[in-house]
Design a protein around this ligand. Structure first.
Ligand code: FE2
Length: 424
């Protein structure tokens, strides 16, 4: 007897009429037309069953704080950082935990079951670190939360940051972060990359740095990050987040940079909603889009994920934890409008992001965790087009969220009574 059988599903790779059988929280069979007794049976009716959405770049310590203590007037990254500095002394652990838990509720409802969140370690109280470690424990039954020790004020620019970062790692934060473009000079930025990668190598940690989140084409810390990755044997364990300066770099330089990044197995995370909002702010016209070179990175063999980065915080006042909204913006900004390009954008918020986080048991293969989302869409492209409704979300075989099918009843004479926004 199976615990769960999902029948007649379409999968993101295009297979249709597929059944997934689940026992003990694990997928035990994936086959077309499979039928067997199960405690719970769901007929997917040809709709898309996807592995859960994964957000590989988020800031959960700041989320849902929009308007506290005031709104970002200029809309720039730097005013956002200054505003976060004003908010930090006012933070309480209870409020931070409550906001993070609320965001995790939104995430689960949207089928987003794994989040890598940066946590600012520059506060000497490490209040956000303690709070998010608590949140991580509390949400563990339904969501994977991975934490990055993020020195928001600069690993070297803040003279105590390295000590606080090490303390955060000792407390249970997993990944080494950084922000080289925010250090005082390019040399200091490069030195911070070197020191942080050495720390990660010493302690067997993954690395994920905010890297070159700037429109300055000469912000080239991604080069140092890739070089240090190879020097220290960290291939496949390092991620450059944002990398927006690549948008503005000289093409010849990029042609030399891409193979280095590929050889180092460095992943890149673009954050389309926030990059298009924050970058290009010093431009008149033309205004740069400010997202990294996603199609070119993918063509060079680099793993690229899309992150949400911010939801209702000092940098971005919108968002709801919907990774399909992120993919939707990503494909527009990168002009990845071919069918293949749009499917690649779906992968950027599922498979590629799971690879960044080194998630175990992720996917729709036999032996993987029975964590998946049934979408009100026929395929990945339609899911992005409609930012499709999440009908059912399972985590390790357990139903954790359910939303009724959305169908508009049309009251127009002579036309069909229902509108579902599907071509078929
Ligand atoms: Fe970020």
């Amino acid at each position: 007897m199976l615990d769960l059988l999902v029948k007649n599903a379409c999968l993101p790779d295009g297979r249709t009429g597929m059944s997934l059988a689940v026992r003990g929280g694990v997928i035990v069979e994936v086959a077309p037309g499979l039928d067997a007794p199960a405690h719970e049976v769901t007929d997917a009716q040809g709709l898309l069953l996807s592995p859960p959405f994964v957000d590989a770049h988020f800031h959960m310590d700041a989320t849902l704080s929009h308007g506290l203590p005031r709104v970002n007037q200029s809309g720039t990254l730097l005013e956002g950082i200054a505003l976060w500095g004003e908010l930090k002394p006012l933070l309480t652990q209870e409020a931070l935990i409550e906001r993070a838990l609320t965001y995790c509720d939104w995430a689960v409802a949207k089928g987003l079951l794994a989040i890598r969140s940066h946590v600012d370690i520059c506060d000497p109280r490490l209040l956000a670190v303690e709070a998010l470690l608590d949140v991580k424990r509390r949400v563990a039954p339904y969501l994977d939360l991975q934490l990055v020790a993020f020195p928001q004020d600069g690993a070297l620019r803040d003279p105590q940051a390295m000590d606080k970062l090490k303390r955060a790692l000792a407390m249970g934060v997993e990944v080494v972060g950084g922000i080289p473009h925010f250090e005082r000079t390019s040399e200091q930025g490069a030195l911070s990359v070197k020191l942080l990668c050495e720390l990660a190598a010493e302690q067997g940690r993954l690395v994920d740095m905010h890297c070159d989140e700037s429109d300055d084409p000469l912000s080239r810390h991604i080069e140092t990050l890739a070089f240090e990755t190879r020097r220290l044997g960290l291939e496949g364990r390092v991620t450059g987040s944002h990398c927006t300066s690549m948008h503005s770099m000289d093409n010849y330089y990029v042609s030399k940079l891409l193979p280095l990044m590929f050889e180092a197995g460095v992943s890149v995370i673009a954050n389309p909603l926030v990059n298009i909002t924050l970058q290009g702010r010093h431009d008149s016209y033309p205004k740069r889009r400010g997202m990294t070179r996603v199609p070119e990175l993918l063509a060079a063999g680099v793993n690229v994920a899309f992150g949400h980065d911010c939801v209702m915080d000092p940098w971005y006042s919108l968002g709801s934890g919907d990774m399909l909204e992120v993919a939707h913006m990503g494909l527009h900004v990168a002009q990845m409008t071919s069918q293949q390009g749009m499917r690649a954008c779906f992968d950027a918020v599922t498979l590629n992001a799971a690879k960044v986080m080194h998630l175990k048991g992720y996917g729709l293969e036999v032996g993987c965790d029975a964590s998946f989302v049934l979408l009100q869409a026929r395929d990945a492209v339609e899911a992005i087009r409609l930012r499709a409704n999440r009908l059912k979300v399972w985590r390790k075989g357990v139903l954790v969220a359910e939303t009724p099918e959305v169908l508009t009843q049309l009251r127009v004479e002579g036309r069909p009574g229902e509108v579902g926004f599907s071509q078929r």
